[in-house]
Design a binder for this molecule. Structure first.
Ligand SMILES: Nc1ncnc2c1ncn2[C@@H]1O[C@H](COP(=O)(O)OP(=O)(O)OP(=O)(O)O)[C@@H](O)[C@H]1O
Ligand SMILES: [Mg+2]
Length: 565
């Protein structure tokens, strides 16, 4: 094919993308003024101002399609054939060179700041200034509006950017498969999240990552393993993070440059336009909008974390740069879904207890505090406004607690939260290693004997313990059936207690197989995880609704992992 012929093929295959493309919001932001705009900007450097840096991805060599999300394609109104077309594979493996108008042939990466559990850091930036930290390997390539919904599409592992900090800009197949599956699973659970568009792997490019020897139970990885490189494309209304607002908030606070306050204003208006158009009245003065934004974000963030605990999700690294201002789940690297119930569950060995399962509400509060600090300069002229913001901030823990209580009541099928009943359950769950997902799902059958639930136990319980369990069960049943009949309690409970969860030991064989371009397990997992609340076939139940095998209980790369990239 000549260049013109292949351009024509590209135009027709990507016709739907071109038709839906819309950069109108992006144009309200400023690009880095130092940038030449051609996107050839792949080495670490400081970016002092502007909201984004034009950057081209570095294409994968010899890309092959592994998977796409049919659910998302349907929502976008795209045909499934498109995912297999050359033009699609080319774009989502990082080659933007032949995109048809009005699609841009250059993508964009954004800088952001980092706070860890409420403390501001610049040390992770190679220049120790914070000007070299941001999307190191993520870059957005297109933005479109489909069925009234705006979507930004972002490659993860698309190559180096000015924020790459000297690293390779790549993601390995393992982490890409995990993120690809988890995003759509979270969506199926009804929890707000970035979504998965596609998963594409290189058949020739590899990078090394620290990993574990076969069968190892070591906490730290022992070897460097060569892995195929992949790109998963994620989509969301925006990828704006609390850390991003912080970058502009910090610059405004320190008067880093003459436009610093204006850039903060612009990014906050951009957050509203992207994520909060329905909640915020943009005809109001900016300070009023900022206060409305704080309230709306508080509402979303508390709901999000409540949902995480409901479904057993642990973010693992809930820094401000992994906290989406849109209030959805972002960055499925250090994450895990709790199998054996443990409030201190933290699968990522680099994450620390402050980001463990039950500490997520506290971690979210820290991120919310950093959000408030970031937007505060926009209120500085009015003491009244500052005190309203403080009230919103101080109200966060109570809203969080209220939502958690309501969630626990729903998980237990109770009309009202019952702290005593919950505490005694947690005590029993501390004495009996129990599978979090299976336990609540079995409970949703309203059994009158604990034997029915004991298949969710990782160890047989003693007679005495079983008797305590039966005592608890009898009290619980009575409360649950106080005001409702068993059918309606069971139906409601099954809507909040999923049957299926993402079990790492079942994902491992899927990414190992995918490495050989065999995607059968990957497709099967996609299928099972697309309906987590449903009763599925007995074969699926036997395979995917089961306890983690003993030999994998402490296995490196399954029970825990040190590298999430
Ligand atoms: N291989 C890599 N090359 C370049 N930058 C990287 C690489 N891995 C991580 N980073 C950057 O390091 C920072 C911290 O990494 P972290 O694991 O939180 O993010 P991530 O998983 O890459 O991405 P995201 O938060 O975009 O989902 C991020 O700014 C990220 O872009
Ligand atoms: Mg991250």
């Amino acid at each position: 094919m000549t260049q013109t012929q292949s351009d024509t093929a590209e135009i027709s295959e990507l016709h739907d993308f071109a038709r839906l493309t819309d950069y109108s919001l992006l144009t309200a932001l400023s690009p880095d003024p130092q940038s030449t705009g051609d996107g050839a900007d792949h080495s670490p450097r400081q970016v002092f101002s502007g909201h984004y840096v034009p950057v081209t991805p570095t294409p994968l060599n010899n890309p092959v399609y592994l998977s796409h999300s049919q659910t998302l394609f349907d929502e976008l109104g795209l045909s499934n054939e498109l995912a297999h077309s050359d033009a699609f594979i080319r774009l989502f493996s990082g080659d933007m060179t032949r995109l048809p108008e009005p699609m841009k042939r250059v993508g964009w990466a954004t800088g952001y700041a980092l706070s860890i559990y409420g403390t501001e850091y610049v040390q992770q930036c190679p220049f120790q200034t914070g000007n070299g930290y941001g999307d190191g390997r993520a870059m957005s390539v297109v933005e479109l509006v489909a069925n009234g919904q705006r979507w930004e599409m972002q490659l993860k592992g698309g190559g180096r950017t000015p924020y790459c900090r000297g690293a390779d800009g790549r993601a390995v197949l393992r982490s890409s498969v995990r993120e690809f599956l988890a995003q759509e699973f979270m969506h199926a659970l009804g929890v707000p999240t970035s979504r998965s568009l596609s998963l594409i792997m290189s058949t020739t490019d590899t990078v090394e990552r620290p990993w574990y020897l076969e069968g190892s139970t070591s906490v730290d990885p022992e070897i460097l393993v060569s892995n195929p490189v992949a790109i998963t494309t994620r989509v969301a209304p925006s990828f704006l993070r609390v850390g991003q607002l912080e970058l502009f908030g910090r610059r405004a606070r320190s008067h880093a440059h003459p436009d610093a306050m204006k850039e903060l204003e612009q990014i906050v208006c951009h957050v509203i336009a992207r994520e909060y158009t329905n909640e915020i009245d943009t005809t109001q003065p900016l300070a009023t909008q900022v206060l409305q934004l704080a309230e709306a974000f508080c509402e979303r963030l508390t709901s999000l974390v409540t949902n995480w605990i409901r479904v057993g999700y642990c973010q693992g690294n809930f820094n401000s740069d992994n906290c989406a201002v849109g209030g959805f789940t972002l960055d499925y690297g250090p994450f895990g879904f709790c199998e054996i119930f443990d409030p201190k569950f933290q699968p990522w060995t680099g994450g620390g207890q402050h980001f463990s399962f039950f500490n997520q509400p506290a971690a979210a509060f820290k991120n919310f505090e950093m959000f408030c600090r970031a937007v505060a300069p926009l209120l500085s002229k009015s003491h009244e406004d500052i005190s309203v913001l403080e009230t919103v901030l101080n109200g966060f823990p109570a809203i969080m607690e209220d939502k958690l209580n309501t969630m626990w009541a729903a998980k237990l099928g109770l009309a009202e939260y019952d702290s005593e009943l919950l505490m005694s359950l947690w005590q029993l769950m501390a004495r009996t290693p129990v599978d979090y997902t299976m336990f609540f799902r079995e409970l949703s059958q309203l059994p009158d004997d604990i034997a029915a639930i004991s298949k969710s136990f990782y160890k047989p319980a003693s007679e005495a313990l079983l008797s305590d369990w039966n005592g608890w069960l009898a009290t619980w049943r009575k409360r649950a059936l106080d005001t409702s009949d068993s059918n309606s309690v069971a139906t409601k409970m099954k809507r909040v207690n999923p049957k299926y969860t993402l079990r790492e030991w079942l994902v491992v064989p899927a990414y190992q197989q995918a490495e050989k371009q065999d995607t059968s397990l990957l497709s099967e997992l996609q299928q099972v995880l697309s309906a987590p609340y449903d009763e599925q076939s007995p074969a699926m139940e036997e395979k995917y609704c089961s306890l983690r095998p003993d030999e994998l209980m402490h296995a490196g790369g399954v029970a825990h992992y040190s590298c999430s990239s």
